[in-house]
Design a protein around this ligand. Structure first.
Ligand SMILES: Cc1cc2nc3c(=O)[nH]c(=O)nc-3n(C[C@H](O)[C@H](O)[C@H](O)COP(=O)(O)OP(=O)(O)OC[C@H]3O[C@@H](n4cnc5c(N)ncnc54)[C@H](O)[C@@H]3O)c2cc1C
Length: 385
């Protein structure tokens, strides 16, 4: 007979590991099924750091979720003793009318979030490594900083296991279907049944959630680590912020202080400058011309940063057309299936609160968190007539 559970979680990356934790903390009998091992680098939740911030330029609707995520970072840190979030402060730099600056200011004002507006001279004075143009300004947020993706996933998996969740690694879901009042899920090893299925497939969404009708684009993205000229002392997180920097063309780069000691330098990346790929065909080699383009761009904003190139790694974004998330009951299976995907390169900072929302949806069918923006029906292709 098939083993039976209250909830099966497909995918134990960022979102799925958080869902497994919140579900099992509420007493649900949980099975987690993951294609790879625990905390791996084949998807979207690796690379040592992710930016977190509250004055959210993407849309003020995200702010209440961020406020809750910050509370949950602390709970997670206390429950596991792992380093989850480091609030070293952050600057959103660009022209006053750039999306990065104007959008951040809109969220800060709408939600009354503490922030400072800095002109170019003030940016240079407070953060001597940064070299803005005279017409650039910054919104500074003391509560911005970074979260640790691997530690966060490991912490959620640890807590889920502690509450009795069955977490199976190297066991991919090959297919699933509605079954009696729930679902039946197949893997090469076994067939399982459950009342509820929560699908958190990351970059595998195009195939696993084809029936949502959402045109996802999976993108290859690169993270770069450079050894700054003169070493990492000036990039210490005690006094160096995270930054997102938009130039006059609208292109954004972002980066971190030197959080892993002198040998590992500091990490930078382009935001949303990816090339379309699939998880099966992604080019994992980072090429010299890509490193050169990153170094060239950073030398305009933070001349001390691109000293020696240390290493690079690839990662995938799962983009929706409007770059807003998909978090909902599955429209075709509203009683038994919940989906979380399309995080469009900005999902990690929300991981703990997404876990809470997924547990709400799977166990009660609804959530008190504001998730109207994330309804997949906004993106579904019109049915052919
Ligand atoms: C380079 C880069 C930089 C980023 N920077 C930021 C940032 O600064 N701030 C921020 O907030 N966000 C950032 N993001 C985005 C954020 O990391 C992602 O939104 C988030 O990690 C997505 O989590 P996920 O759970 O959807 O995907 P994943 O963590 O990839 O999890 C999906 C899981 O599903 C599993 N899976 C897939 N198919 C199956 C199957 N058939 N059976 C079983 N398991 C399966 C996969 O193996 C994987 O473990 C960045 C992303 C990248 C790539």
């Amino acid at each position: 007979m098939s083993p039976s559970y209250d909830v099966i979680v497909l995918g134990l990356g960022g979102m799925g590991s958080a869902a497994a934790h919140h579900l099992s903390a509420r007493g649900a009998r949980v099975l987690g099924l993951e294609k790879f091992g625990p905390v791996h680098s084949h998807g979207s939740s690796h690379g040592g750091s992710r930016i977190t911030r509250q004055s959210y330029f993407e849309d003020p609707a995200y702010v209440p979720l961020l406020l809750r995520a910050y509370e949950l970072y602390e709970e997670l840190e206390q429950a596991t003793g792992r380093e989850i979030a480091t609030l070293c402060g952050g600057v959103m730099v660009g022209r006053p009318d750039s999306r990065t600056v104007a959008g951040s200011l809109l969220s800060a004002e709408r939600w009354n979030l503490p922030h400072d507006l800095l002109d170019a001279a003030e940016i240079r004075r407070r953060f001597p490594t940064l070299s803005p143009k005279d017409d650039e300004v910054a919104l500074y947020e003391a509560r911005a900083g970074l979260v640790r993706p691997e530690n966060t996933v490991a912490a959620h998996l640890q807590l889920a296991t502690r509450r009795g969740a069955d977490l199976h690694y190297e066991e991919p879901v090959t297919r699933w279907e509605p079954y009696r009042d729930g679902v039946r899920v197949h893997t090469p090893e076994n067939t399982y049944t459950a009342s509820q299925l929560v699908i958190c497939p990351g970059a595998w969404a195009p195939r696993l959630l084809d029936d949502l009708g959402v045109p996802f684009t999976i993108e290859r993205q690169i993270m770069y680590w450079f050894q700054p000229h003169g070493g990492t002392a000036r990039f210490d997180p005690a006094h160096h912020p995270i930054y997102i920097w938009e130039d006059a063309t609208g292109s954004q780069v972002y980066g971190f202080p030197a959080i892993d000691g002198p040998a590992l330098g500091a990490k930078v990346a382009f935001f949303r400058k990816g090339t379309a790929c699939t998880p099966e065909t992604i080019d994992r080699t980072v090429h010299d011309h890509e490193v050169a383009a990153m170094a060239d761009r950073m030398s305009r904003h933070i001349p001390a940063l691109p000293g020696r190139f240390l290493k690079a790694a690839t990662c995938m974004y799962s983009n929706t057309p409007d770059e807003h998330f998909v978090i909902a009951r599955h429209p075709a299976h509203p009683d038994n299936v919940t989906v979380a995907c399309g995080f469009s390169g900005h999902g990690f900072k929300f991981v703990p609160v997404v876990g809470e929302i997924l547990a709400d949806l799977a166990l009660t069918g609804t959530t008190a968190h504001p998730i109207e923006l994330f309804d997949p029906r906004r993106l579904a292709a019109a049915p052919a007539v």
